[in-house]
Design a protein around this ligand. Structure first.
Ligand code: NAD
Length: 317
């Protein structure tokens, strides 16, 4: 049977190996900038409130900056910070000549309009790539600061020697953070791009045409074998907490299940992507794991964006 032949044949694309390679390149570039031009790139991360996941993400960003020689500053503001107070800090950072990158960690508390804040960040320092100027530049194929997670997906594909040009890439998810910018990047790489979303009818009919299938949905294991073309590359952007033991049994094969069940018992949940890994491994040629896949690229690409912003501001190559 064909399905048997392909069973568990997918190559697992390790985000860890690719992220380490990118970080080593960034560290080398930081050393070169310091040696040749006498400065080190600097990043400020602003966090408002006590969101636990945000605290972990910001901690990783600050720690990785230090490892690579990037100067970093963490501004932690109280939950009750007003929009005007946050805007004032953004203005101050925009005006500081020593700061190259500004990142306002999302989500923000409910009294603050996220898009109003993101629009106030100087586009030249917008290392998240969310400012409308950078979004516009990206859509026109101009040099810009590109959102980190989609940029990481492209790095995984390229560094794994997966051909993009002429291939049909199907993205599930149309968020401003992942789906839409990724569509622009894949178009730039000459893929034929389809974007699916929550109102797409007959999702499997679309996704099963994909040479490259990217899931950025936020629903554990939604993408199943029936959604995947035999031999496709499947990139799983999703990060979901699964605490349901029965669901874990549906998602993981015997090589992983025991470890996952132990994690659920110890931590109360295990991290799962938007793709059913057991079924993807049986059908795909290439597959990114969760954890250990796209997630690790996001911080690496933020570091690269900070260095790129520092160089663009100073008109250096
Ligand atoms: P979002 O909630 O903003 O967007 C989700 C998208 O999925 C929407 O466009 C929606 O139309 C689509 N969708 C929802 N249900 C669907 C369904 N049943 N069928 C088809 N499409 C459906 O989410 P986001 O911010 O783009 O994040 C998506 C996932 O990626 C989440 O799990 C998030 O945690 C993860 N994420 C990971 C990283 C990373 O570093 N790896 C970064 C950002 C987001």
């Amino acid at each position: 049977m064909i399905a048997e032949t392909f069973k568990n044949s997918a190559r697992i694309l390790s985000g860890a190996v690719i992220a380490e390679a990118i970080k080593a390149e960034v560290a080398e570039e930081v050393r070169r900038l310091e040696k040749n031009y006498g400065f080190r790139p600097a990043l400020t991360v602003v966090r408002v409130g006590e969101d636990q996941a945000s605290a972990v993400y910001v901690g990783n960003k600050v720690k990785t900056s230090a490892e690579l020689g990037i100067i970093s500053e963490h501004r932690h503001l109280p939950l009750e910070t007003s929009p005007a107070e946050l805007l004032q800090i953004v203005e101050e950072l925009n005006n500081r000549a020593d700061i190259d990158g500004i990142l306002v960690q999302l989500p923000l508390p409910k009294q603050i309009d996220e898009s109003a804040i993101l629009q106030k960040i100087d586009p030249e320092k917008d290392v998240d790539g969310f400012h409308p100027v950078n979004v516009g530049r990206l859509s026109q194929g101009q040099k810009s600061l590109v959102p980190c997670t989609p940029a990481g997906v492209i790095e995984i594909l390229k560094r794994s020697n997966i051909e993009i040009a002429g291939k049909h890439a199907v993205i599930v998810g149309r968020s401003n953070i992942v789906g839409k910018p990724l569509a622009m990047l894949l178009l730039q790489e000459n893929a034929t791009v389809t974007i699916c979303h929550s109102r797409t009818t007959n999702l499997a009919a679309m996704t099963s045409q994909a040479d490259i299938l990217i899931a950025a949905i936020g629903r554990a294991g939604l993408v199943r074998g029936e959604h995947i073309k035999q031999g496709a590359t499947v990139i799983d952007v999703g990060i979901n907490n699964v605490s349901d033991v029965e669901l874990a049994r549906e998602l993981f094969d015997e090589s992983e299940l025991e470890k996952r069940l132990a994690t659920i018992e110890k931590r109360g949940f295990t991290l799962v992507g938007d793709v059913n890994p057991k079924e993807a491994k049986a059908k795909a040629a290439n597959f990114t794991p969760v954890p250990g896949g796209v997630g690790l690229l996001t911080v690496a690409m933020l570091m690269k964006n900070t260095v790129d912003a520092a160089k663009m501001r100073r008109k250096l190559n």
